[in-house]
Design a protein around this ligand. Structure first.
Ligand code: MTE
Ligand code: CO
Length: 429
């Protein structure tokens, strides 16, 4: 395997490299010179010799009735940070965002956050109750839910604690660990509005409590306007049934709002006339300010972005020349209008290119292509959303929030790229 220090990235130590087309912009350059050593000194056995995969039949259909990624991609996995929590039943692991592209997170590597482990619920045992200030208290089975009109929507889920370790400075060396408490899936489900209309919300029903069936019985208060706006009772992610880790058979989708509200293994929705102030909205998921007061109900996830590659776990292997910077940007308020990239710690900014769908409350994929001269860089990205909000520096956030917070850290992330191609988590502001 090629190491970052191996500048050419082809095992030749950099001697066979040819320069990139002088000065010309990458986009219009067409053929990228120097990439294919067509006039190599010695023949390449990968081309001139018949390889094993061409000599024998491979496994047939049905070899893997449910397919898995290539064994060569075995490193693309969720990872946890063992010292963060005492037990994996109440813990978190992280999406390997540094290995992904596009905007959809594959189901098998969506980060997991459980307060009492994964509940195992058979579909025939599933029940969803709606009670409280409604005309008709209802219980739905999974089959009942499947008889309502369905919708398909792509949304990101970000844990409020994502990037929380960075409040006190650069800590974890990898985008997976600093920004990986996020995933972006297409959900299929019934609008919560439809079920609430079915039960008939009474005029004083202005709040609801969503409650999970797992051993933590996690519960959160949600204002009725949000419930009627875009919340979903979802049973599919990316086309297939929810994974057990994501709340099989049914979870609540609360677009753009902190992940904690997306109750998994959803068993009950109570309609009330005031918030409940349960544990997850008082002692947890509130933000302690410098003056000792705590902000409550900070539901929306504000605009944020991160460069996923290069990043500490995804160094530059290929040496100088044409280089692709890519990353993710999102906003719980709408779409992302613009992403800028800096190579010098925020002194100069360049427009990044957003590619792929630009959807409300969904991840956006951006790219910035440039010709790297091998000198050290301080790379950053900065997102602007459709509401005109600009992602702040970490220092600007601290000025307003103090440093006692755990949640809602959306400051600009800096990666230091060394000449060797290795990358480190640093902080400049
Ligand atoms: N719902 C239940 N029932 N139990 C839980 O532990 N964790 C919450 C939320 N919903 C949780 C839950 C938290 S803090 C987050 S960030 C998201 O689920 C994580 O969703 P995921 O595991 O699909 O990534
Ligand atoms: Co969370």
């Amino acid at each position: 395997m090629t190491k970052p220090g191996d500048k050419a990235g082809d095992g030749t130590g950099g001697t066979s490299r040819r320069g990139f087309l002088g000065g010309a912009g990458l986009a219009g350059a067409g053929l990228i010179a120097g990439m294919v050593p067509a006039r190599a000194a010695s023949p390449d056995p990968m081309i001139t010799e018949v390889q094993p995969w061409a000599q024998f039949l491979g496994p047939g259909v049905d070899d893997a009735p449910y397919g898995k990624p290539s064994p060569h991609e075995a490193h693309v996995i969720r990872r946890n940070v063992e010292w963060l929590t005492a037990d994996t039943a109440s813990s978190v692991n992280f999406t390997p965002i540094h290995e992904l592209d596009g905007i959809i997170t594959p189901n098998g590597i969506c980060f997991e956050r459980h307060h009492a482990g994964v509940a195992d619920i058979a579909p025939q045992d599933y029940r969803l109750m709606i009670n409280g200030l409604v005309d008709r208290e209802m219980v739905f089975t999974l089959q009942d839910l499947l008889r309502f009109p369905r919708e398909n929507r792509i949304y990101f889920l970000e844990c409020a604690a994502n990037t929380g370790m960075e409040w006190r400075g650069a800590q974890l060396n990898g985008a997976q660990f600093t920004h990986g408490m996020i995933h972006n899936c297409m959900y299929t489900g019934v609008p919560l509005r439809t079920l609430l209309e079915h039960a008939g919300v009474q005029p004083n029903g202005t709040w609801l409590l969503a409650e999970g069936a797992d051993a933590s019985a996690m519960s959160r208060s949600i204002p009725m306007e949000k419930a009627l706006d875009d919340c979903m009772v979802a049973f599919r992610m990316n086309g297939e049934a929810l994974r057990p880790e994501q709340g099989y058979p049914v979870r609540l989708v609360v677009p753009g709002w902190e992940g904690n509200m997306w109750v998994k293994w959803l068993r009950r929705i109570e309609v009330g006339d005031a918030p409940w102030h349960h544990r997850e909205e008082t002692s947890k998921y509130t933000d302690l300010l410098a003056d000792g007061r705590a902000r409550r109900f900070t539901w929306e996830m504000h605009a944020k972005s991160v460069i996923t590659s290069p990043s500490p776990q995804a160094p530059i292997y290929h040496g100088r020349g044409p280089t692709v910077i890519t990353g993710l940007a999102w906003s719980g308020v709408g779409t992302i209008d613009r992403v800028d990239v800096s190579l010098d710690g925020g002194r100069n900014w360049h427009h990044a290119r957003i590619d792929g769908p630009s959807l409300d409350k969904s991840l956006h994929r951006f790219y910035y292509e440039f010709d790297w001269d091998g000198s050290p860089l301080l790379i950053q990205s900065r997102a602007m959303d459709s509401a005109g909000y600009v992602q702040p520096t970490k220092d600007a956030l601290r000025e307003f929030r103090g440093t006692a917070s755990i949640y809602h850290m959306n400051g600009i992330q800096t990666w230091q790229v060394h000449s060797s191609g290795e990358v480190e988590n640093v902080e400049v502001a």
